[in-house]
Design a protein around this ligand. Structure first.
Ligand code: ADP
Length: 220
């Protein structure tokens, strides 16, 4: 069965989510208070409706409770974002993803039942900063406030050495969970301590942010 999505707030972020979901063939209900935004999305989303998401009655009439996954992409109006999330969770919407503006905003959203809170600007800022520091940095995935997974290209200091040589777990406290081999195009899940790192290999590492930073400063 096709999943149904709703995107509330069609600013830069919400608009991008809405466009992408629609391009992937998903059924998307686009909601914004501004008529201009709705006119823009009329031919992009499956349905586009002018509505204030803090208006409980209007949301009920839209049948939002039957939608599988709602993305709240209201930008600066934190109050509206919180109230909208509260209404959606009270309606029993299964999955509510909300864009947060700050850590305080995130805390409140999680308290009132948001299933997923995202910080696109903060996360993108972090990724850019890491990729500026090191050419070997490829990706960063935040697991919690203080733990992440990073993807890095093997640095000169790593090539030709084994995991036991580098002693990453003991010295830096993080774990290499996988090595993507460029030579064989294979993914080595749970690599052995004796596995050697080849040129252009990609390492996937999990750990506390402080440990990952230490690792990056010394080995990447
Ligand atoms: P971004 O930082 O992603 O560009 P913006 O703050 O510019 O976000 O955009 C947020 C969008 O959310 C705007 O188009 C605005 O009209 C819409 N919006 C704000 N409050 C509500 C609300 N209560 N109901 C529906 N849409 C809203």
């Amino acid at each position: 069965m096709k999943r149904e999505f709703a995107v509330i707030g069609l600013g830069r972020f919400g608009a991008s989510v809405c466009r992408e979901l629609s391009a992937e063939g998903m059924d998307v209900l686009a909601i914004d208070v501004l008529e201009s935004k709705i006119n823009e999305f009329r031919h992009i989303a499956s349905h586009a409706v002018i509505a204030d998401s803090t208006d409980e009655k209007a949301m009920k009439e839209l049948g939002i409770r039957n939608i599988d996954h709602v993305i709240v992409a209201i930008g600066d109006d934190i109050q509206a974002s919180i109230l909208t999330t509260l209404i959606l969770k009270e309606f029993g919407v299964k999955k509510v993803t909300v864009k947060a503006q700050s850590n305080h905003h995130e805390k409140v959203l999680l308290k009132i039942g948001a299933d997923q809170v995202i910080h696109p600007e903060r996360d993108m800022g972090r990724k850019i900063a890491h990729s500026i520091i090191s050419n070997n940095f490829l990706d960063h995935l935040e697991l919690s406030n203080d733990h992440s997974i990073i993807e890095i290209r093997a640095s000169k200091k790593m090539i030709g050495r084994t995991l036991v040589d580098l002693d990453i777990r003991a010295v830096y406290g993080c774990n290499v969970v996988a090595i993507k081999s460029n030579a064989t195009n294979k993914m080595n899940i749970s690599p052995l301590a004796t596995d050697k790192i080849g040129p252009d290999d990609i390492l996937i590492i999990i750990g506390a942010d402080t440990d990952i930073s230490k690792f990056e400063r010394n080995l990447v």
